[in-house]
Ligand binder design. Structure first.
Ligand code: ADP
Ligand code: ZN
Length: 215
């Protein structure tokens, strides 16, 4: 299979993390979430983790220099020639410009997939979201299949600090201001695909798999 470089775009709660986990399992493409990398640094209490905590707790973005270094290191280390699936990066014009430049030599990003969801739905989803301690896959707190454990790996589920109501509003606002413009950035680059995100995980997943398989 040809290595694919895919970005998942969309507001917090759109389903990027859920779909990234499923696509990575189905297609064997390495995936990364910048938020997960930061949370891992926090668990290990590294310097970067401590720095990131102060921003993430408030629902604002971690500064570009730190974020870019961390994600580009991950790409060098883990993605190699196998392609990748990025969830949560890029989130600013500067991050997108750095990624575009770094990928230019290997043919550029193949697709940026924008998962669309209305604001009301985002607030509902984020406030009842539980995340797996082990594989980070998100779950709905109302999902009867979970009973406190991850449906993917059996790990324990917990509520993220920034899924509390005060931070949720702020994250959506930050998304609108800083990240939403990237939809146009990738449309202009001719690699944007849009997917209606207010459907079941399976339906959205089918569309994404089809889009990626067509690449
Ligand atoms: P969500 O997509 O649900 O907001 P993430 O786990 O992707 O969750 O992000 C959580 C937080 O981590 C963000 O609010 C931000 O503080 C930080 N973060 C994640 N990715 C980036 C990024 N690319 N640039 C800056 N900050 C980021
Ligand atoms: Zn899990």
């Amino acid at each position: 299979m040809i290595p694919l470089k895919v970005i998942l775009l969309g507001p917090p709660g759109a389903g990027k993390g859920t779909q990234a986990a499923r696509l990575s399992d189905a297609l064997g493409i390495p995936r990364v979430s910048s938020g997960d990398l930061f949370r891992d640094h926090q668990r290990r209490n590294t310097e970067m983790g401590q720095l990131a905590r102060s921003y993430m707790g408030r629902g604002v973005l971690v500064p570009d220099d730190v974020t870019i270094r961390m994600v580009m290191d991950w790409i060098d280390r883990e993605a190699g020639s196998g392609g990748f699936l990025l969830d949560g990066f890029p989130r600013t014009e500067a991050q997108a410009a750095t990624l575009d430049a770094a990928m230019e030599e290997s043919g550029g990003i193949d697709k940026a997939i924008y998962i669309k969801v209305s604001k009301d739905e985002l607030v509902t989803r984020l406030s009842d979201r539980l995340v797996c301690t082990d594989c980070q896959m998100p779950h709905s707190g109302r999902d009867p299949d979970t009973a406190g454990s991850c449906t993917r790996c059996g790990g324990k589920l917990y509520q993220r600090e920034d899924d509390k109501p005060e931070a949720v509003e702020k994250r959506i606002q930050v998304y609108m201001e800083e990240t939403a413009p990237l939809v146009e950035h990738y449309r202009e680059a001719g690699i944007l695909e849009e997917v209606e995100g207010e459907r079941s995980v399976e339906e959205v997943g089918r569309d994404l798999t089809a889009l990626i398989s067509l690449t």
